[in-house]
Design a protein around this ligand. Sequence first.
Ligand SMILES: [Zn+2]
Length: 574
Amino acid sequence: MSDLPLLVFGPRSLDYDFGSTHPLTPRRFGPGIELLRAVGAEPGLAPEPATDEELLTAHTRHYLDVVKRFSEFDHGWMEPEAGIGVGGDDPPFHGMHDAAAAVAGGSLRAIEAILRGDVEHAFHPGGGLHHAMPSRASGFCVYDDPALAIGRARREGLRVLYVDLDVHHGDGVQAIHAADPGVLTLSFHESGRYLFPGTGFADEIGDGPAAGTVANIPLEPETGESAWLGIVGSLLPLLAAAFGPDVIVSQHGADSHAWDPLAHLRNTTTAMGAAARLVDSIAHRTAGGRWLATGGGGYGVYSVVPRSWSLVWLAAAHREVPDRLPPAWRERWAGEAARYGTAALPTTFVDPPNAGDPASRSQDVAERQSSATAASVRELLVPRLLQAAADRGWWDPLAGADGDRVGRLAEPGGSAAPAIVTGIDRATWERLALAPRVIAPATAGAGHALVAAALAAGARVTAAVDDGRAVVGLALSGPGTDGVEELLALGVAPPFRRRGLAGRLLAEHVGGAPPGQTSRAAIGAGERDVVEPLDHATRMTIARRLLEGAGFDVSRAPDPIGRLDPRSISAVRR
Ligand SMILES: [Zn+2]
């Protein structure tokens, strides 16, 4: 296996060209690839067109036929269709089908190299065409290469985390995979109230069994680097730990930058590079290192995009970021940059704090609002146990090894009844193994370590123990800061479900509470079996029945959570 990430670029990358006045211009590959070469990257995979059969895994036959028809375009007039039209965001051009299919082919061949184990990471800067829909072009995107790459991994039975850092909502990828609980799409973007495509609000969380596998964080205009990076860091590691992906696909559009001409965030290359490093560490922590990074938008062709691409590649190469841009690179591109309106090229890979802008009251207000939105999404979609563990410092999703305390399970349907043990202490817990899929996080070893840390911090644990050793059911309450304890987790391993075990476990657990103890619980779309989730409504019906059976009063979650997901519930037992 090569140590360096596979860089996807070739002659056909330049063919995806909507014309000389279009913002998404192949001119970006000149300074972009040359700076990548300067930091040590060398293109290792030249994109060739994906086959129709491959494109049909995400797009309709009719749409492919429309794109092929527009491929014959030659400076005339053609009636607009399927999002493609003269003068629009996606104007037709000669060879459009092959050029767009080659972008798709680049991402498909790259993920196949990762799945074969040829490389751990690949970076396709020309990819990331995340707006393309099954039957129409949208937002400079004809075929949805990230969605196609995700689909390719799904056909191997792998679970995929998609992280979209472009300033625009990753609507196409979301639409194509929203119904699949094996794909978690997570998009950070400027709010659709202000920016194309006008979607990606916090209440878009997925439906049915896939509820909780769509995550959107709409950000206010003017949100800057520290708020942006803090928001990414508050959600990505916890959602990844809960979901347990086998592979990560990410989109690194550079248009969240303060200097981008098409959008209104105030991000920096500094924060973009740090976010790419976070994705890398999560890929190693949770996905066996399997990570495909793509480019995306970015219209600061000389001032931002080349640096952003290099920072993504350096993150994937596990290499330090050089301080200064090579003088030869700046000399080479200064003239062309000036001709296209960029008066001066930056001198360093990372930006000055806040992109050199002074702090302002309006930016502060915007960042508070963005952070509040992100906090609501976290409350809505991260399992309660992981929220508490992170907030109370019990457990860091990015640190340490998880150990290997995964229990051996009795055969499904086995008749032995697990023993319910209340008041588990730390010494007892250390002798027990935790079966898979009892509680979050997705890895039982990580779950065991988390429960150990929770016990050390005063949590109360009741377990269903099979064969004297394997924990196949668990209820955990954490001490509240206000004297009210919170039920943070309740779960049973798949072979032991549907036997009333969760109800017995919860009854014993609340029965073991100190007299007069008030307890509360909050159940949202984050509480689910991530491998085989039930329908969202069914999950909530079961949770409600269990809580009511144990003496809790159950109601709709208070706003803003209840407004974002009216199925979310809140419960209290006095
Ligand atoms: Zn890595």
